[in-house]
Write a protein that binds this ligand. Structure first.
Ligand code: CTP
Ligand code: MG
Length: 220
């Protein structure tokens, strides 16, 4: 199986509040995007394509191994992944779509995603259980219902797909559609999405607190 990794790294990181693109922010001295790319390669992905913010190619090229291909991302994550997918050659039979914002995803998670694809599922995502009591509130913040949490899962990346399945699903998606992840894109096309165990260490870096936690994680 030839798997290509697509790293969505074209966001600006508004919530992190950094003066440069979030994917270039350093964690233990290495840019987040570098951690994400190295993790994919360590987990068994053969090649990596990174979607970068417009005008930032030189900075990303300097942060990454020469073999990594860069494409211009778009205004939304959906558009950025579309651009990366368009650059994935027909040689790839599997695609793993990953967030640069999940730098410490253990290679084991990536290996589990690849193993599920090798076993024949068309789409697979890493997930974690919900441990908190989970409720529904009304517009005033008053609880109206409690949600049984046993069947709930939190979804992480990388999300793995049969390449042709993902390409067909993106082709079928209306041009302006904006979905928060790629599993939603294939589900919209009627494709069943399997799950494997994720990992708390694969958490997303969104706000400054997340980066501080990641720094602690690296030190351990
Ligand atoms: N992303 C992307 N293209 C966009 C927007 C986001 O490739 N137009 C990527 C980000 O670089 C990130 C991942 O999608 O790796 C998840 O997005 P998020 O955590 O929201 O990152 P940002 O959009 O950069 O952050 P913020 O929403 O705080 O601005
Ligand atoms: Mg965002």
């Amino acid at each position: 199986m030839h798997a290509v990794g697509i790293v969505a790294a074209a966001g600006s990181g508004l919530r992190l509040g950094s003066d440069r693109p979030k994917a270039l922010v350093a964690l233990a001295g290495r840019p987040l995007v570098r951690w994400a790319v190295d993790g994919l390669l360590a987990g068994g992905v053969a090649e990596v394509i990174v979607a970068v913010p417009a005008g930032e190619r030189a900075a990303f090229a300097a942060a990454l191994p020469a073999a990594v291909r860069l494409v211009d991302g778009g205004a939304t994550r959906t558009a950025s992944v579309r651009a990366g997918l368009a650059a994935a050659g027909e040689r790839a039979d599997a695609v793993l779509v990953h967030d640069a914002a999940r730098p410490l995803t253990p290679p084991d998670v990536i290996a589990r995603v690849l193993a599920a694809l090798a076993a024949g599922v068309p789409a697979v995502v890493p997930v974690l259980p919900v441990v908190d009591t989970t409720v529904v509130v009304d517009v005033d913040g008053v609880i109206t219902d409690a949600v049984p949490r046993a069947p709930l899962r939190r979804v992480q990346t990388p999300q793995g797909f049969d390449r042709q399945t993902l390409v067909a699903a993106y082709d079928a998606l209306p041009a302006g559609a904006e979905l928060t992840d790629d599993a939603a894109v294939v589900r919209a096309a009627g494709v069943p999405v399997a799950t494997v165990a994720g990992d708390e260490r694969a958490g997303k870096i969104t706000v400054a607190h997340d980066l501080a936690l990641a720094e602690l994680q690296v030190q351990r």
